[in-house]
Design a binder for this molecule. Structure first.
Ligand code: FAD
Length: 458
């Protein structure tokens, strides 16, 4: 291995290779804080260097794990001591912002927040936004087809990627740097790499579709008595706000109570407690008109018994406070000894029934378990956290959550991917013929199984 690393050093230079403590000082994955195990972190500075490194690894039978910001939540970057991490962190240039076509060309190691800040200088926005924005990279977001807060209006990463460049396991560079919305010239190869979690190629560059910057937003926190109010409110607001609804984030009562209770620095703006809360936001460019339309829509919702109470943010600070209730994680960390998080999708109409069944099953498995539920409801995406004070059989809980999706035709991963964490359950969401085709594609692009092997499936 030492000799091999020297050959890689000859390609990427001294700065391009980290070994020893420089590797071990990094956490293994987002959840696993044990020292990273890779033989080396290789940090190429150009696509040519990525290609040369991949060719070298291919020839020597060395396994490669692509690395972005390491914020992925499904152990997709787990690495063994005889494998190398290929980090894109030195490929972090924003190459071009095209104000007319509303696109940005960016290297894959660029941090999301950096791209957001850059394009906003051009009165444009990259509307895929998520809590890890300060660390996650464009390459990692493409590899996981990241979602986040604006999916309802702007779609997931897949909808943002117009073109990309990827390096295959044998070093071949596939340049599909299309910059147009329409391009039906044969197979859309970029789609192969989006959501492939680093198993089919290393994404090195991308052309991303931007939107006109939205200068105004209106945000409200709404309290509701029943799940049927939640679903009716979504339809009502989507209609009334005619395309400007950009977030509809639901919080079940227990989640909200923990995040605004004694273990939290945040407080509920409501005097009473409710079983459901929704954080709603709409975006536009005419602040007064947007606000009027928003207030009118909420008034109508109230008159038609679609909500019980609501507060509208009056300032950027108040908006941030409302969002914090949805995003804060400290109360969970403080209150429970153990938390296990899940990210599933199913039809909006089935969510309440699914959650009730999971709650029932959980009470039988562990009497001290609490189920906290929140998520991007309008996208059909729920996050469930099981909070525990004493250890339980994790597999039994995973079984409960994932097997429970079967009767609803749900998916075991809505936006975080499969990685190592969920691969045992993949057959719940995918047909045998689909799995067979996935394996065929993997075998075609990476016949030696050297690129992030064992992630998604064995
Ligand atoms: C606080 C927090 C909030 C989050 N919120 C959301 C959310 O709302 N929505 C959502 O969808 N996700 C969310 N995530 C998870 C999300 O998947 C990641 O934040 C992000 O997409 C991963 O980017 P990364 O650069 O950190 O990738 P990494 O974690 O480094 O890698 C993720 C996977 O992609 C592969 N990979 C990385 N870079 C490349 C590349 N250039 N080419 C090929 N493969 C590559 C890796 O091998 C791995 O399999 C959240 C994570 C955190 C920590």
């Amino acid at each position: 291995m030492m000799e091999f690393i020297e050959q890689i050093r000859a390609i990427v230079g001294e700065k391009g290779v980290l070994t020893g403590d420089d590797v071990r000082s990094r956490p293994s994955t987002y959840w696993n804080h044990q020292p990273m195990q890779a033989a080396a972190i290789v940090r190429p500075a150009s696509v040519a260097e990525v290609s040369a490194c991949m060719r070298q690894c291919h020839e020597h039978g060395i396994t490669v794990v692509p690395l972005g910001g390491n914020t992925g939540l499904v152990e997709g970057t787990a690495c063994e001591p005889d494998q190398i991490m290929l980090s894109l962190e030195r490929m972090n240039t924003i190459e071009q912002v095209d104000e007319v076509s509303r696109t940005v060309v960016v290297q894959a190691g660029t941090i999301l927040q950096t791209v957001q800040a850059k394009v906003s200088e051009h009165q444009l926005m990259l509307p895929v936004d998520l809590g890890a924005r300060g660390s996650c990279t464009i390459g990692g977001m493409i590899a996981t087809n990241a979602g986040g807060f604006g999916v309802l209006r702007y779609g997931m990463m897949r909808e943002r990627v117009l073109g990309l460049e990827a390096v295959l396991a044998d070093g071949t560079v596939v340049s599909s740097m299309n910059g147009y919305l329409k391009n039906n010239t044969g197979y859309d190869l970029k789609q192969l790499f989006i959501g492939s979690e680093g198993t089919l190629g290393v994404v090195t560059r991308a052309v991303l579709r931007l939107e006109e910057h939205q200068t105004a937003e209106t945000t409200a926190l709404i309290a509701l008595h029943s799940y049927s109010q939640v679903t009716q409110l979504l339809k009502h607001l989507d209609r009334a706000l005619s395309g400007s609804l950009s977030a509809f984030e639901v919080m079940w009562g227990d989640f909200f109570a923990l995040n605004t209770g004694e273990h939290s620095k945040l407080e509920s703006p409501f005097a009473a407690s409710y079983p459901f809360y929704v954080l709603v936001e709409c975006q536009g460019n005419q602040a007064d008109e947007l606000r009027q339309r928003f207030e009118l829509a909420l008034e109508h919702a109230f008159e038609n018994a679609l909500l019980e109470d609501a507060v509208i943010a009056q300032s950027a600070g108040e908006r941030a406070s409302l969002w914090a209730i949805r995003e804060i994680s400290e109360p969970e960390e403080r209150f429970f000894e153990i938390t296990i998080g899940f990210d599933v999708s199913l039809s909006i109409a089935d969510m309440d029934s699914y959650v009730s069944k999971v709650q029932g099953g959980l009470a039988q498995l562990a009497s001290d378990a609490t189920l906290l539920v929140f998520g991007h409801l309008a996208d059909g995406n729920l996050h469930l956290t099981v909070g525990l004070h004493t250890p339980v059989d994790r597999e039994a809980i995973e079984h409960l959550i994932y097997e429970g999706l079967k009767e609803y035709g749900g998916a075991i991963s809505a936006e975080h991917g499969v990685g190592l964490e969920k691969k045992a359950y993949l057959a719940i969401s995918r047909q045998p013929a689909e799995l067979a085709l996935m394996r065929q594609i993997k075998a075609t692009l990476d016949p030696q199984n050297r690129l992030n092997p064992g992630k998604i499936f064995d």
